[in-house]
Write a protein that binds this ligand. Structure first.
Ligand SMILES: NC(=O)c1ccc[n+]([C@@H]2O[C@H](COP(=O)([O-])OP(=O)(O)OC[C@H]3O[C@@H](n4cnc5c(N)ncnc54)[C@H](O)[C@@H]3O)[C@@H](O)[C@H]2O)c1
Length: 523
């Protein structure tokens, strides 16, 4: 598996079947890598429009100076449209990107087997079907693998090579070398629902939808929190989960959420939301229909943007008492830097604002945990999320939550205090794990499960997620940045408080937390 972009590609002639959005992108990538491509589509109109689009695409790359005119000429010349499957004889690899239907893909590979040579490899670009099931009807299933590109093919620089149950290892290695030769990053996955990227991507939207369903906050607030609070050395999520659902469109995302959940036999970590199903039924698909969670104009720009409500002007600025714990010093120094009088005492005084910094607990549970076994006064208690930086100058948003018993003047006093340096503040309803803690902990948990099940190597999991989902870090590096023990504390408390088995911790994560090993550590 040592070939690099400078080595000759392991296939000289590749057949691409299906010339839609994916097939034409795949054909272009191979042609630009200097490989001969025969492109076929059952629909001649689709094929000719794909050819026209490819011609335009090469011309644009030349115009923008991203491709030399001679290279474009060579790529164009190495691409041939063919009107029958028979014309694919002689291809050493076939990549199919036809309609996403099991029977259609099985029939295509069965039809191709007698046409192509015995040594030819058959690869499917399926996103959601079992590669093993597609291969099962072939005479020689060992030569069938998944070769899963992302859309748009040129700019999504990662490709999943999917090893089905009977795939020959040499086939996997040749596909790895091929992907390297195109300049994309190959990652190898076992044939399991969602492979790596669509499996690892289940946490972000699903957990955000769960928080929305539980009434923690409205969707726009949840988007703001995940976009602006989460920060790994200044990098976070570029889009909130609901913005992302609108971009992908719910008629694509909701079936994926449901299918992965079902394919893993109702694994609670992937449990989809009733809200998603209802919004899909209502036709609120997202940007492409003008309305999803948000509203859009014909160019896809939001038409419903509203300024966030201003922070309340607090009538009182009570002294602050901070519950002891590993994060108390950080909360104290931040509160002092914002001008609060912080009282150091064993127990809170009578009129003090009580601050807690729970991990995986809600504010109410944190009030019962109490200092030295004493319950804290819930009516004066506010929780602050310290999972990401809260210090002045180091954060864009601070996230608080109050108990149902917290009095409005104390809630407002905490809000005003933490907004006093101009940083945005979100006040959530009381809920275990705020928003960011539960979402990020679930990303780490699911990424760790992918490693535990040996679906892919830790390095490939993280590389695939960074490139395929655009996260600032892969799920395992994310867990390392937060600390595996902290992730476990969040999940254990979520599990204990909710009783929901979605939060149970798998072996990979638990063991590495116990042994203080990196989540990227293999055994
Ligand atoms: N669109 C994406 O974001 C994306 C990403 C990754 C993988 N995929 C997968 O790639 C495949 C293609 O997706 P797409 O978005 O390009 O679809 P598409 O609808 O744009 O194109 C499919 C093309 O295949 C042709 N076709 C259908 N049945 C055929 C057959 N039996 N023989 C020959 N040609 C046939 C159609 O005429 C059409 O031109 C699917 O399996 C899909 O799940 C799609």
């Amino acid at each position: 598996m040592n070939s690099s972009a400078s080595n000759p590609p392991p296939f000289r002639l590749i057949g691409v079947v299906g010339s839609g959005a994916m097939g034409r992108g795949i054909a272009q990538l191979f042609a630009q890598a200097g490989i001969g491509v025969r492109l076929h589509d059952a629909n001649p109109t689709a094929l000719s429009s794909a050819l026209a689009a490819l011609g335009e695409s090469f011309a644009k790359l030349v115009d923008k100076g991203r491709l030399a005119p001679e290279a474009a000429q060579r790529a164009r010349a190495s691409l041939e449209a063919v009107d029958s499957l028979d014309a694919l004889a002689g291809c050493e690899l076939i990549v199919e990107a036809i309609v996403e239907q099991l029977d259609a893909k099985r029939e295509l590979f069965q039809a191709l087997e007698p046409i192509v040579g015995d040594e030819a490899v058959l690869a499917t670009n399926t996103s959601s079907l079992s590669v093993t099931a597609i291969a099962a009807r072939c005479r020689a299933p060992a030569r069938v693998a998944g070769l899963h590109f992302f859309n748009p093919v040129a700019s999504m620089k990662v490709v999943e090579i999917v090893r089905a149950v009977r795939t020959d290892e040499a086939v996997v290695e040749r596909l790895v070398a091929l992907v390297r030769a195109t300049g994309h990053r190959p990652v190898v996955a076992r044939d399991t629902p969602g492979f790596i990227v669509n499996h690892a991507g289940r946490a972000y939207g699903t957990e955000a939808l769960a928080a929305l369903g539980e009434g923690v906050a409205d969707f726009e607030t949840i988007d703001r929190v995940l976009r602006e609070q989460v920060s790994f050395d200044g990098n976070g999520f570029r889009l909130g989960p609901f913005e992302l659902l609108d971009l992908t469109a719910l008629d694509v995302s909701q079936p994926v959420m449901e299918s992965i959940y079902r394919q893993f036999f109702d694994e609670p970590r992937f449990r989809p939301s009733v809200l998603g199903a209802q919004r899909l039924a209502a036709g609120l698909l997202g940007r492409k229909t003008g309305e999803g969670f948000y509203r859009y104009d014909a160019r896809g720009a939001r038409t419903d943007v509203q300024a966030e409500p201003a922070a309340p002007a607090a009538a009182v600025r009570p002294p602050v008492w901070i519950a002891p714990g590993p994060r108390a010093a950080l909360v104290a120094s931040t509160a002092r830097a914002l001008g609060a009088v912080v009282r150091e005492a064993e127990a809170p005084g009578e009129h003090e604002l009580v601050l807690v910094a729970p991990l995986g607990l809600d504010a109410s549970a944190a009030s019962r945990a109490g200092a030295a076994g004493v319950d804290l006064p819930a009516e004066r208690l506010v929780a602050i999320d310290t999972l990401f930086p809260i210090e002045p100058g180091r954060c864009r948003r601070r996230v608080l939550m109050a108990t149902p018993a917290t009095r409005a003047e104390y809630r407002d006093a905490a809000h005003a205090l933490f907004a006093s340096d101009g940083v945005a503040v979100t006040m959530l309803r009381d809920s275990p794990g705020f928003v960011a803690q539960r979402v990020v902990a679930m990303i780490v948990s699911i990424g760790s499960e992918i490693a535990q099940q040996r679906i892919a190597s830790p390095a490939d999991i993280d590389a695939a997620v960074r490139a395929g989902l655009g996260y600032p870090l892969g799920p395992l590096a994310m867990g390392d940045a937060i600390g595996a023990a902290t992730v476990c504390e969040i999940l254990d408390n979520l599990h204990a408080l909710t009783g929901d088995p979605r939060y149970r911790i798998g072996g990979w994560l638990r063991r590495r937390a116990q042994l203080r090993l990196s989540l990227l550590h293999e055994d």
